[in-house]
Design a protein around this ligand. Structure first.
Ligand code: COA
Ligand code: MG
Length: 313
């Protein structure tokens, strides 16, 4: 056990930084504008892992109250089986946050997605609000990383978020806002944004958190979208935020488990299950060095596969 310390508050605590993060498929996280009742109903039948019900940027200022009412009615009809439900509220500093939080408390989604987060205190404020209102521990917090300060503070936010009782589960990168604030244009390959994105991924991984890639605005160009998914997978993201149902299949494929990855994992598990490898840490599997750390990865992959296939943990 390594010793960790809380950045905020006075509590010193023990945290096991080696603990691997819980496995939860988050390949595809579809944003659904809460103002769009047709899209809300459509979300009931879509095959994404996560639905993000959006009260923020996709809802016009004068329509916020109507969007909240839509969500109350939608959740009153019952949860979405097998999918994680997240409500993206407006920024905590905005005039809408209080009413948005009231909707969250009435609907009890799996998580609240906080936009325009800048520093650990933003997570703390949201957490305090949920605690004071008596929200169940199962109600988690996610943060959009979409401001220059959030990128710079990603490690501090992740470190704070990893402390017990902060409800924090991870990051979603928001490149549209980040491009707006930094002046970096939208180029194919996201050339000048990659370094910042990797910094956020590293921060998430350092503290055992999940991290999702940003949306791809061009929902008609599926080949370009698939390339972006592949890039995101290679960068190490767990999944991608989406804006259109047509993007779900590509994201599920890219961030899912390929037949090659599955057979490789099965070979590693079989190799270490052989009694001949008992007490051995490094073995030769078809000309490649395999270590016990690969066994952990393989077991994690199999666990994810079982969850994708609908088995309860
Ligand atoms: N969630 C659920 N259903 C959606 C959807 C979404 N995000 N986007 C589109 N659909 C539905 C449409 O309602 C339509 O359903 P129908 O055939 O039953 O009428 C179908 O998918 C096809 O939609 P299409 O005509 O191709 O697109 P559109 O013009 O209706 O919508 C957008 C295009 C971009 C406006 C819409 O996809 C959207 O609002 N996306 C989310 C935006 C968002 O959340 N932004 C904030 C986060 S960045
Ligand atoms: Mg944004």
């Amino acid at each position: 056990m390594l010793r960790g310390s809380a950045k905020l508050g006075t509590t010193d605590f023990m945290i096991d930084f080696r603990t691997s993060r819980p496995v939860r498929p988050r390949r595809s996280a579809l944003s659904v504008p809460a103002i769009n009742r047709r899209a809300l109903e459509k979300a009931r039948e879509l095959d994404c892992d996560v639905v993000i019900f959006d009260l923020e940027d996709s809802v016009a200022l004068e329509k916020k109250a109507e969007a909240r009412d839509n969500l109350r009615r939608f959740f009153a009809k019952g949860p979405l089986a097998g999918r994680e439900c997240v409500i993206r509220i407006n920024a905590l500093t905005s005039a809408f946050a209080e009413d948005d939080m009231a909707v969250v408390l009435a609907c009890v989604p799996d998580a609240v997605l906080l936009p325009k987060v800048n520093e650990p205190e933003d997570i703390q404020t949201a957490c305090d609000l949920l605690n004071e209102a008596g929200a169940p521990d199962s109600l988690r917090l996610w943060a959009m990383v979409e401001t220059p300060r959030a990128v710079l503070n990603a490690a501090a936010i992740a470190e704070y978020g990893r402390t017990p009782d902060t409800r924090f589960d991870g990051f979603v990168i928001g490149l549209n806002d980040l491009r707006k604030d930094t002046g970096v244009p939208a180029l194919p390959g996201r050339t000048y944004l990659v370094a910042w994105m990797m910094q956020v991924i590293l921060a998430a991984r350092a503290y055992g958190l999940d991290v999702l890639d940003s949306v791809c605005n061009d929902f008609k160009d599926l080949p370009a979208f698939e390339q972006e998914c592949e890039q995101g997978r290679q960068m190490g993201f767990d999944g991608k935020m989406l804006i259109h149902p047509a993007q779900i299949r590509g994201a599920n494929r890219a961030f899912g488990i390929s037949p090659e990855a599955l057979s490789e994992a099965q070979a590693v598990i079989a190799a270490f299950a052989d009694p001949a490898t008992a007490g051995v840490n490094v073995i030769n599997v078809e000309g490649r060095m395999i270590e016990r750390l690969h066994l952990e990865q393989a077991e994690r992959l199999m666990q994810k596969l079982r969850l994708i296939q609908g088995e309860t943990p």
